[in-house]
Ligand binder design. Structure first.
Ligand SMILES: CC/C=C\C/C=C\C/C=C\C/C=C\C/C=C\C/C=C\CCC(=O)SCCNC(=O)CCNC(=O)[C@H](O)C(C)(C)COP(=O)(O)OP(=O)(O)OC[C@H]1O[C@@H](n2cnc3c(N)ncnc32)[C@H](O)[C@@H]1OP(=O)(O)O
Ligand SMILES: CCCCCCCCCCCCCCCCCC(=O)OC[C@@H](O)COP(=O)(O)O
Length: 374
């Protein structure tokens, strides 16, 4: 292991990265809150400001993936589709199989210039997560309760509001509704069997209602569906902690651009169309497993310097006052202040993973513990 790699895996480094992300995130949340009066005067101006503020935050995580861990993201797509990316509104359908699939999605958003405005159909619980969830609130992210009786109108109303959105956006939909696990796959395939639907090997059965309501409500606004299938080379199983540790992964994304007009309007036909799409996605994953490649040519946009510059800017801005504070503390020589600060830091160190535990069912925490024990 090289010296740099060793440094990247140190807990103190992670603490510093998390400090910059959380404190700058809360500061950005505060700025977003301050845009509320602007909404009253000019909604479009407030939206444009929020897009830029959201970029400041999301691109820190993109920088961590692209520049800290050096993860390579390769795009497989047709050149005639490529020219539309970033120049139109689109609904993105992505498989939900990895801890960092959203981060790889964000990376492509960054490279095509739609990161600040990118949207997702997310579960309501995420809107309460400080920093990211609060940022999403101001970004008009669409939240669902996963109760169709309520979502039917709730999701449709939120989508309708996007019709006068001033900048291009990609709207991400994880039709599987939850992240792939072998156990969920087993249950999901029992549902498929009971409904007489073909068995999928690499995906859960897609939930069709959210897709139908999204397509119907974004007609006339979104030009296409980007059917996106993500996998990692050499059977890599990437984690967010791995990225934080500076581990390099190799992501491959296969994207097909399907004009929205080709998608049936009728709910049942639309559902059948989505089931067929997932069978195709499954065959692409199977081909990838067998050959290590997706179909289609590689047309990868390079990583951009912007995410790195933005990250360095926020790091300097957040670390300077911390440095001043620590220097003052040490030079004061007061044992009480040092102990109080240490207790404060320890509380933060325990508090952040506890929050994760609360929100994400302890999945990442368990993995973190396993890695430390292992
Ligand atoms: C060029 C580059 C291109 C692309 C780059 C890629 C991406 C970049 C784009 C944008 C990035 C933007 C942001 C990313 C950032 C972060 C994202 C992070 C997190 C978000 C993750 C989530 O929150 S996922 C969870 C929330 N989302 C969803 O659930 C969406 C999918 N769900 C639906 O659509 C649902 O239909 C619903 C939520 C609208 C309603 O759910 P409900 O459960 O009430 O109804 P359903 O119809 O779904 O369920 C009942 C029917 O389902 C059957 N059933 C029961 N059990 C199962 C089962 N295990 N599997 C499948 N089906 C099941 C049941 O029988 C019912 O069937 P009926 O026939 O009776 O309807
Ligand atoms: C730049 C330095 C950054 C330091 C690292 C800080 C880490 C902060 C990470 C914040 C990332 C938050 C993104 C939220 C995305 C979470 C994805 C998610 O949770 O999906 C849920 C779905 O799957 C459905 O879940 P289920 O309830 O079905 O199970």
């Amino acid at each position: 292991m090289g010296l740099l790699q060793l440094l990247k895996s140190q807990f103190l480094c992670h603490l510093i990265l998390c400090y910059v992300f959380v404190v700058s995130g809360l500061f950005i949340n505060l700025l977003q809150f301050c845009t509320l009066p602007v909404w009253m005067v000019s909604k479009q101006l407030a939206r444009r400001i929020n897009i830029r503020l959201a970029y400041c935050l999301s691109s820190q995580m993109v920088a961590m993936l692209e520049w800290w861990s050096g993860t390579e993201c390769t795009l497989y797509t047709e050149p005639q589709s490529y020219r539309f990316y970033g120049k139109e509104n689109a609904i993105v359908v992505l498989n939900h199989s990895y801890d960092i699939d959203f981060l790889c999605g964000w990376t492509f958003c960054e490279r095509f210039g739609v990161l600040g405005s990118s949207k997702v159909l997310a579960k309501k619980e995420l809107s309460y997560v400080p920093v990211i969830g609060w940022m999403w609130y101001f970004l008009e992210i669409v939240f669902c309760k996963r109760k169709w009786e309520e979502d039917r109108t709730l999701v449709a109303q939120s989508l309708q509001k996007l019709h006068d959105y001033p900048e291009h956006f990609w709207f991400l939909l994880y039709c599987e509704g939850t992240r792939f696990t072998p156990k969920k796959h087993q249950v999901s395939m029992q549902v498929a069997e009971s409904k007489g639907l073909p068995i999928l090997k690499h995906h859960l059965l897609p939930r069709t209602k959210g897709f139908w309501v999204t397509v119907q409500n974004l007609r006339g606004k979104a030009a296409a569906v980007y059917d996106s299938t993500l996998n990692f080379q050499n059977n890599e199983k990437p984690t967010l902690l791995g990225v934080l540790n500076g581990e390099k992964y190799h992501a491959d994304l296969y994207v097909r651009r399907i004009p929205l007009d080709l998608i049936p309007e009728d709910e049942a036909e639309c559902a059948a169309w989505l089931h067929k799409l997932y069978q195709e996605k499954d065959s692409f994953q199977e081909q990838y497993t067998q050959t290590g490649r997706f179909p289609g040519p590689i047309v990868s946009p390079p990583r951009r310097l912007w995410s790195l510059i933005n990250w360095l800017f926020w790091s300097c801005l957040m670390l300077y006052p911390l440095g001043v504070l620590l220097t003052g503390l040490i030079s004061s020589g007061s044992m009480l202040s040092i102990i109080v600060s240490l207790v404060f830091c320890s509380a933060g160190t325990v508090g952040v993973p506890s929050l994760w535990h609360l929100y994400f069912g302890g999945r990442w925490l368990k993995r973190l513990q396993l890695e430390f024990v292992g």
